[in-house]
Design a binder for this molecule. Sequence first.
Ligand SMILES: O=P(O)(O)OC[C@@]1(O)O[C@H](CO)[C@@H](O)[C@@H]1O
Ligand SMILES: [Mn+2]
Length: 390
Amino acid sequence: MEAEKKAISLLSKLRNELQTDKPIVPLVEKFVDTDIWNQYLEYQQSLLNESDGKPRWFLSPWLFVECYMYRRIHEAIIQSPPIDDFDVFKESKDQNFFESQQSIIALCTYLQELMKTIEDLEDNQLKDEFFKVLQISLWGNKCDLSLSGGDTSSQKTNIISSLEDLKPFILVNDMERLWSLLSNCKKTRERASITRVDIILDNSGFELITDLVLADFLLSSKLATEIHFYGKTIPWFVSDTTIHDFNWLIKQLKHSNHKWMSKCGVNWENHIKMGRWVYLDHMFWTLPHEFSAMSQVAPDLHAELQKAHLILFKGDLNYRKLTGDRKWEFTIPFHQALNGFHPAPLCSIRTLKAEVQVGLQPGQAEQLSASDPSWMTSGKYGIFQFDGPL
Ligand SMILES: O=P(O)(O)OC[C@@]1(O)O[C@H](CO)[C@@H](O)[C@@H]1O
Ligand SMILES: [Mn+2]
């Protein structure tokens, strides 16, 4: 109880600093990333003129301040042993999973049915199925909890039957290019050589299920032979996946009473055991840096990603970090907005929740603004935006 009181008082202090637009203060508790965070704060300070004073909540770049808030929430917890490994968002993440049960059952059933025939599918049928699981994973990204202020945001309808209706909401659609890349890898792959797809995960609960369905499909269709997943080392943006969420979810499936749900759980645990699925984390994903800084700030992670044949970045926050969260012209090429970040061919799979979007056709953004003013932030629209081999 003493620890809880302490954490709550630290969190109240944080809320007060935020609400009254106080200066952003350095982190105090020693942790693996404390020095890097404090250096980044100094860098933000260096961008200001003398007369502008200190970085502050209402004034500093949103990407930085928002990441900092989640890191400070974590600081309040690590300063309060013995509850220093408590995940303040765990309850809402689990709730999202339980409330999406029906949709999860539908997905697991769909996947297991598909598995029965996958070996016999013609190329064009396989491509159709690939596009379906990609779209499932895209719309899975609607269900994050930070946008709803932590309120429930689960998937209640059957996503598979909605795919056709949702197609007009895909603003950039590079699915064909993903197919070309992976089907080419499959055709030209020598026996015993590998095709590795890395998935930079976003939210736990329903979205994670959709990503694992995609990952399982990639293996079963032989479009890939190995999947590396990256999650977050600390609780992040309410719903983001940590290793505990990842393991918890697979266990839930495995012990489910539903035949196909538990089959998925068993298969997925097996993928992990056999090393076909590898879960990794790295502190870089919970730093405030944009991805073009990765080769400098986290050269080990950058080198690791270079070994992938394709990297899929799930979610809105990853898109903001890919593009540096800048006020780009809507028509600027994605490649340019990446600002030199290209460890391997990569694709963003995200629903739009923040006011950054590049690579649109001339006039497309203007048309959307006229017909649907909240198009950039409602999560109603989505993209598959690919930056291919150089
Ligand atoms: O990365 P996700 O889960 O798709 O979305 C997270 C996110 O919507 O939450 C924030 C709102 O607080 C947005 O800035 C951010 O992009
Ligand atoms: Mn998220």
